[in-house]
Write a protein that binds this ligand. Structure first.
Ligand SMILES: Nc1nc2c(ncn2[C@@H]2O[C@H](COP(=O)(O)OP(=O)(O)OP(=O)(O)O)[C@@H](O)[C@H]2O)c(=O)[nH]1
Ligand SMILES: [Mg+2]
Length: 203
């Protein structure tokens, strides 16, 4: 009887959990974004990131973010973006419900080459087929950052050309938090729309 009641209780109180990968080149702002989201959405409200408060990620950072209306969890995986670490990304693809590709909008020299090529490789991998992709043009608080229209010109051909899937390019500042709620809302709706092909886990 105890086990039945416990089972029913766990069933009634469990929530859908969706895994979201934060990808992008080194220095793009993935860890800063994760820290900002934690400060905005976790009940304990940890301190938000400051300029230069992160160190390059070797390995991964993981946080589970509770959202409401409806009540679900996003499990955010922040993975190191240095070129030698990118080969590890593949091992996360099969369990991903969405991909956030973070771009440093001030990094003009790498955007048309390394950034676009890396994004293409992520999208072309068969294990990410059908997974919603959110491209974030980060560091919009910097004067020298590329305008969103300029960035879309470079990024859209890659995203659109590579098959029918949900995608969006949004301007953000992970540091200041501008656009971050819109990004989280976009992710929430898209992972739920896509849940028949990529079902959530229950937590
Ligand atoms: N001005 C500004 N700086 C930012 C923003 N986001 C990140 N940064 C800075 O960019 C640098 C790199 O940020 P990280 O979050 O560590 O970058 P990352 O993508 O996690 O890098 P790896 O872990 O090496 O893959 C840090 O000095 C951050 O303070 C932003 O929105 N605006
Ligand atoms: Mg990092």
């Amino acid at each position: 009887m105890y086990h039945l009641v416990k089972g029913l209780y766990e069933y009634a109180t469990s929530k859908e959990e969706y895994s979201v990968l934060l990808l992008g080149l080194d220095n793009a702002g993935k860890t800063t974004l994760l820290e900002k989201i934690k400060s905005m959405y976790l009940p304990s409200a940890p301190a938000p990131p400051k300029v230069g408060s992160t160190i390059p990620t070797v390995g991964q950072n993981v946080s589970i973010i509770p959202l409401s209306n409806p009540s679900i969890y996003l499990k955010l995986w922040d993975i190191g973006g240095q070129s030698t670490l990118r080969t590890l990304w593949k091992s996360y693809y099969s369990s991903a419900h969405a991909i956030v590709f973070v771009i440093d909008s001030t990094d003009a020299p790498r955007i048309e080459s390394e950034v676009v090529e890396t994004l293409r490789e992520v999208i072309e991998n068969e294990e990410t087929e059908g997974v919603p992709v959110l491209v974030l043009a980060n560091k919009q608080d910097c004067e020298e950052s590329l305008e969103i229209a300029e960035l879309k010109e470079v990024v859209n051909p890659v995203v659109v050309q590579l098959g029918a899937r949900d995608s969006r390019v949004l301007p953000v500042s992970a540091l200041e938090g501008t656009g971050v709620m819109e990004a989280v809302e976009w992710l929430k709706t898209r992972v739920m729309w896509n849940k028949e092909s990529r079902p959530p886990t229950m937590r």
